[in-house]
Design a protein. Structure first.
Length: 592
């Protein structure tokens, strides 16, 4: 049952006690103190390029859009601690309900102290391709070490609220509906004792009562008094170069679930729900979605250098962790990977939600195909993704960039060790983005220059969010770059492919419609998407679901709400933003 790599093969897992199996897996990990998991793979040979045109083109327009302030995070030439290296996320959100996506960018600090201008930043969309920094007037100016963001209307008042994770405390901002926010962390019951490094976070109505609950993954127990600084411990090195220590060798944390009481406050039910029983993992990005199509959301946590976690709800107040049994804890070799970011979508058009997970350098990403009740299957190599192993990879997405009806794959990259490049130039700190075009038939090919300069430009990136910021009918990308301004990749699509966007308004379900499933049928194809409150890397996408349609001008739409209500709409015209109310049905159809 143990493979030649020293790992337990996944086909033998069900015969073993799951907890003991994880102990075996962790014991067989690299014995170093301070490295992320990697298989040390070289890339597979690239096949013959298809030569097919790619009609999406990305240009970084951040500077002309007014996004000029750098995202301060850690040292420029060296990082003493892992807190400086992990970075943060970003969000597309419509905080003022004007129909245009605004931008929230998180911040970090520097170990010697935050420089002037280090703050979370909120940018209002001016509807002309530019943004205005409204951080101060919105009440969001704040420095510190922030990690993740989730956006959702937790009090169902019609305005999107913001929850942020970080070290040493997390933060809940209530949207006041007048362009300002109020920090309500304490009164909401979300302050925790002591210092904790919150990383991933997501709103999720796990019990389907119409109120958004909150899940937080915690990365590790960070205490600079107990963690060796970079270069002090001989085991904290990468190929002989001294680096910051972790995550391996550092104490992991348990994760948290907070139940919405329906009165503006939350109760920590991590213990009573059995969430806290999942120990020994370094949690990063979190996605809540109904992966098994039973009408109830699961919670998936990408974990760094430890098996990733998938929590399933029993509908009676308890969760069980089933990542190994469902095939999303490890790769197809039965090995743990450095799980960073998550992209969720239906890449093979079978009406199920698949998972793209990013990892460390000298390793492939993981592409998990959803097989329904049978769980997931790792199809990374057979799908053509094994040709790319060069980069440390972070925020990811499964999105249809050229509107041809076949979702593509994208992720951002950047090293965690700025010291290494000086001695080992083959491991650069700034690296390009990665784009794989969907060829159909569950096959992909990597595009190097064909996606435009926004893809080939090099940066040290972390979080990314996907959405249509200029309302022109295609998917743009917001990217966090450490210690430099962010990137805003405007997508300019050529050709005549159709598309449709779906905006959902919850009534009996939560107002943000988080957890609602939309299935679109077009030209014999079926594609599923779901409203989710975190993905990418610690980031938030446009809540309006975007479907490319190719040459098909009209579509059929099915919506399944968390309340159980189901709706069907036939012959809906493409190239429109369709707003669907949970009770009234289609209430608006806008040609963008």
């Amino acid at each position: 049952m143990i493979s030649s790599t020293g790992m337990v093969h996944p086909t033998k897992m069900k015969s073993l006690d799951r907890r003991k199996l994880i102990e075996v897996l962790l014991a067989s990990a690299l014995p170093v103190y301070g490295q992320m998991a990697s298989r040390g793979l070289t890339a597979k040979p690239r096949g013959k390029f298809s030569g097919l045109p790619f009609n999406a083109h990305f240009t970084d327009v951040a500077a002309q859009a007014g996004l000029k302030a750098p995202v301060i995070y850690g040292g420029v030439g060296t990082n003493a601690y892992i807190l400086e290296a992990i970075g943060c996320g970003a969000a597309f959100l419509d905080f003022d309900n004007d129909g245009w996506l605004d931008i929230l960018l998180l911040t970090g600090s520097r170990w010697e102290g935050a420089p002037e201008g280090a703050t979370n930043r909120l940018y209002k969309n001016n509807r002309d391709g530019t943004f205005t920094d409204v951080t101060v007037t919105a009440g969001l100016r704040r420095a510190g070490w922030f990690s993740g963001v989730t956006v959702g209307d937790y009090n169902n008042d019609g305005y999107e609220d913001i929850f942020l994770t970080g070290w040493p405390q997390n933060c809940l901002y209530r949207n006041n509906g007048d362009g300002t926010f109020t920090d309500v962390t304490r009164e909401a019951g979300l302050l925790h004792k002591g210092n904790r490094w919150g990383a991933g976070c997501t709103w999720v109505d796990f019990d389907r009562d119409g109120n958004l609950d909150l899940f937080v993954s915690n990365y590790l127990r960070f205490d600079p008094k107990r963690i060796p600084a970079a270069g002090i411990d001989n085991n904290c090195n990468f190929k002989g170069v001294p680096i910051n220590c972790g995550p391996r060798g550092l104490p992991p944390e348990t994760h948290c679930l907070y139940k919405n009481n329906g009165n503006g406050s939350f109760t920590d039910i991590s213990v009573s729900s059995d969430i806290s029983k999942a120990t020994g993992s370094y949690g990063l990005t979190v996605v809540a979605a109904d992966f098994d199509d039973d009408g109830w959301p699961e919670i998936y946590v990408a974990c760094d250098s430890t098996p990733s976690l998938l929590f399933k709800y029993d509908r009676h107040g308890k969760f069980t962790e089933e990542g190994l049994g469902l095939g999303v804890a490890l790769n197809e070799d039965g090995q743990e990977q450095a799980g960073m970011g998550l992209g969720i979508g239906d890449f093979n058009l079978d009406g199920r939600l698949d998972i793209l997970k990013t990892h460390f350098t000298e390793d492939t990403p993981a592409l998990y195909a959803n097989r329904g009740k049978q769980g997931f299957e790792d199809v990374t190599i057979r799908s053509g993704l094994g040709v790319e192993t060069r980069y440390v990879s972070w925020g990811a997405g499964i999105q249809d960039f050229d509107n041809n009806g076949e979702p593509d794959l994208f992720w951002v990259t950047g090293s965690v060790y700025p010291e290494v490049e000086k001695k080992l130039p083959q491991y650069p700190h700034h690296t390009p983005r990665v784009l794989f075009r969907n060829l159909g038939g569950a096959k992909f090919e990597e595009l190097i220059d064909e996606g435009g300069p926004g893809v080939s430009d090099v940066h040290c990136s972390r979080g990314c969010a996907f959405g249509d910021f200029d309302n022109d009918g295609d998917i743009d990308i917001l990217i966090v770059n450490l210690n430099e301004p962010p990137s805003l990749l405007r997508n300019d699509v050529k050709g005549s492919n159709y598309w449709i966007k779906v905006k959902l308004l919850g009534v009996k379900s939560n107002r943000s419609a988080i957890g609602a499933r939309v299935v679109v049928t077009y030209g014999g194809k079926v594609q599923a998407q779901e409203v989710i409150a975190q993905s990418g890397f610690l980031s938030v996408n446009d809540p309006r679901l975007h479907f490319g349609l190719g040459a098909v001008a009209t579509v059929d739409i099915e919506v399944r709400w968390p309340s159980g209500i189901q709706q069907r709409f036939r012959g809906v015209a493409g190239n429109h933003l369709v707003t669907i109310d949970e009770v009234k049905g289609i209430v608006k159809s806008l040609a963008l």
